[in-house]
Write a protein that binds this ligand. Structure first.
Ligand code: UDP
Length: 374
């Protein structure tokens, strides 16, 4: 018998496992995949740490979380500055003076602000009710048409007018020349990859890989007093109220026999016709060098295709629209009645979590448990 059975070795599960075992609790972690680290998993190919489930750039304003992760990895100085490619025309992201200058030829912040205001006014939006209106009101119609509309519709498989406003509010809009995609105080990539970091978090903890909890629930539940479940909440309940929708992502990864394909970690293809949403060139997360600081002769790229999720696919992005939010609330009510089970993380809470917020959520849950135990 152990104190906690932790289902899922992603960031939520690994943080809980690390904290609880640090506190002297006995924990066992199970994961149905053959590796730890969930969707932050990186695999070394040709000396390059490849983000197998999509690009992950650690960024946070939360000093506690930043200090917490430093214990398990050294972070490099990577700053995310994606480039948008709209039919061969390149624009800086996030939306800043470089973007406005390229789009309109404006040179001063006043002129850029005036241009945005002019387009917002012409569109007649006062209170944005959906992503389309929110985007136009933040950056005007030209940027919406070239850099947001096509990308968002590919990414979410829905019209921008049917999506919630919060998705686009993730992106900063700045009247300064600053291509840093994030506003966070702290940012970087763990040197040596995320897998190494999560392995360090789980050091000394029993981890059983290739174990599907839901298929072996009765037997695994006998192992522990309490369960921390980080899988999909609807799957836990056998989808009995219906399935929550996700967007899934498919990656086409290629090793290229050249040192530099696109000169940047991320290039977003923002037109509607290019079938992929973005191309990631993984070596640039670590400045094109191997662990000894040598230049790498090859490169690895991943084209990212977004698709509607169906049972059996990997769930990536929760689709937090009205239907799904209501359905989640019903599952949450069932989850609240499972007294010995804690539901946490992106899939169990059906939330578009960033890495830092998922770690913060786990640290908070750990504090609650500590409090209730004492
Ligand atoms: N987005 C966009 N154009 C871009 C990049 C992002 O319209 O070039 C929109 C899109 O709707 C996306 C949202 O902004 O879903 C959030 O983007 P973010 O880069 O935060 O998404 P993630 O990296 O989590 O996929």
């Amino acid at each position: 018998m152990v104190d906690y059975l932790i289902v899922g070795a992603g960031l939520y599960g690994a943080t809980m496992a690390e904290r609880l075992s640090h506190e002297g609790k006995k924990v066992v972690v199970v994961d149905k995949r053959p590796h730890v680290a969930g969707n932050v998993y990186t695999e070394n190919i040709e000396g390059i740490n490849v983000h197998k489930y999509g690009a992950h750039i650690f960024h946070t304003n939360n000093k506690d979380v930043w200090m917490y992760v430093q214990q398990f990895a050294e972070f490099n100085r990577f700053t995310n500055s994606p480039v948008a490619n709209y039919k061969g025309e390149l624009f800086s992201l996030p939306f800043n003076m470089y973007t406005f200058n390229k789009m309109w030829g404006v040179v001063t912040p006043e002129d850029a602000a005036e241009k945005i205001e002019e387009q917002r006014h012409a569109a007649g939006i006062s209170e944005p009710k959906n992503l389309e209106e929110q985007a136009i009101s933040l950056v005007g119609t030209d940027i919406y048409e070239k850099l947001i509309k096509g990308y968002t519709q590919k990414q979410w498989g829905r019209q921008c007018s049917e999506l919630p406003t919060f998705i686009i509010k993730r992106l900063p809009v700045r009247l300064t020349f600053d291509n840093n995609y994030f506003n966070a105080l702290y940012q970087g990539i763990p040197v040596g990859g995320y897998t190494k970091m999560v392995e360090k978090m789980l050091d000394g903890i029993e981890v059983r890989l290739g174990v599907d909890y839901l298929e072996n629930k009765a037997e695994l539940n006998m192992l522990a007093d309490k369960v921390i479940y980080t899988g999909p909440i609807d799957a836990y309940f056998g989808y009995k109220l219906g399935t929550l929708e996700y967007r899934s992502v498919r990656f086409e990864t290629e090793v290229l026999d050249k040192p530099n394909f696109q000169g940047n970690a991320a290039v977003n293809y923002t037109d509607a016709d290019t079938p992929w949403t973005r191309i990631i060139e993984h070596k640039w997360f670590e400045f094109g060098k191997d662990e000894n600081g040598n230049d790498l002769p090859k490169t690895v790229i991943s084209r990212e295709y977004s698709s509607e999720w169906k049972v059996g696919d990997e769930p990536y992005y929760p689709v937090n629209d009205e239907r799904n939010s209501k359905l989640y609330a019903k599952y949450k009510a069932l989850a609240d009645k499972e007294y010995n089970v804690i539901f946490g993380g992106r899939l169990a809470e059906y939330r578009y979590y960033d890495m830092d917020t998922v770690i913060a959520a786990a640290l908070n849950m750990f504090k609650d448990l500590e409090y209730s135990d004492n």
